[in-house]
Design a protein around this ligand. Structure first.
Ligand code: PEP
Length: 244
């Protein structure tokens, strides 16, 4: 089945609202055809990013949200708050959130439900640590993360990002073969009716010079890009490489 590639930039805790506006306006004016493109933006920059992307094909995602509709959760942001701003989707389960903020698969299952119920798209990040890969636990970890967040139950309404933790921000990329094996395994965790249409992004030190060989693999449908998404040229070069 042919799947439209999907490339998303994860800015992490970079760019103020004032910086985000002109940056997104520039990207939005240069969207390549044949690939879906999104930027995952800090909460404070969402409004200016949405405004700057208006009328273009560039989608604006948040990097997290709370699972409750509302309530006594100081410092948190709900799905309805994001939708009200015009945000298109949300990145859930990034390894930095799992590692530094104790995000569990059970919480992610609730977040997934809340985001989809609010009409947002979701990118769910999964991936093994270096120690888990060395202990040959990669498939077990991926299966547990997918099952624990009940991602397979929502079928093709999500995008999965395979992000080996040891490759994120390290300059160490999974080989195309390694990534392909993990992507094929992830796809096999989904029901046959959804698996063919499911988009699976690779994330972990994807750059313009290694994107084409990764994106050429049959089960790699795009990328989740950290460092290389902070400047327009490398990010757009990766997006262009995703077009078949
Ligand atoms: C990420 O933050 O999801 C990521 C893949 O980062 P980097 O591209 O910098 O490795």
């Amino acid at each position: 089945m042919s799947r439209t590639p999907f490339v998303a930039g994860n800015w992490k805790m970079h760019k103020t609202a004032s910086e985000a506006g002109p940056f997104v306006r520039d990207l939005a004016g240069r969207m390549p055809e044949g690939v879906d493109v999104a930027v995952c933006v800090p909460f404070t920059a969402l409004a200016s990013a949405v405004e700057a992307a208006r009328g273009s094909r560039l989608r604006v995602f948040a990097q997290n949200m709370h699972q409750a509709a509302q309530g006594a959760f100081t410092g948190e942001i709900s799905a309805a708050m994001l939708v009200d701003l015009g945000v298109h989707g949300v990145l859930l389960g990034h390894s930095e959130r799992r590692q530094y903020f104790n995000e569990s698969d059970a919480a992610l299952a609730e977040k997934l439900d809340a985001a989809l119920a609010a009409g947002m798209e979701v990118i769910l990040a999964v991936g093994e640590t270096k120690r888990e890969r060395e202990a040959a636990l990669t498939e077990q970890v991926l299966a547990t993360q997918i099952e624990g967040s009940r991602a397979a139950e929502v079928g093709d309404r999500i995008t999965v990002a395979y992000e080996p933790v040891w490759a994120i921000g390290t300059g160490r990329t999974a080989t195309p073969q390694m990534a392909q094996e993990a992507h094929a395994f992830i796809r096999a965790q989904f029901p046959p009716a959804a698996a063919g249409g499911l988009r699976i992004q690779y994330g972990g030190s994807m750059k313009p010079d290694n994107a084409a060989e990764l994106l050429a693999m049959p089960d790699i449908d795009g990328g989740l890009i950290g460092g290389a998404s902070l400047e327009a040229e490398p990010f757009l070069a990766i997006a262009a490489a995703a077009v078949a």
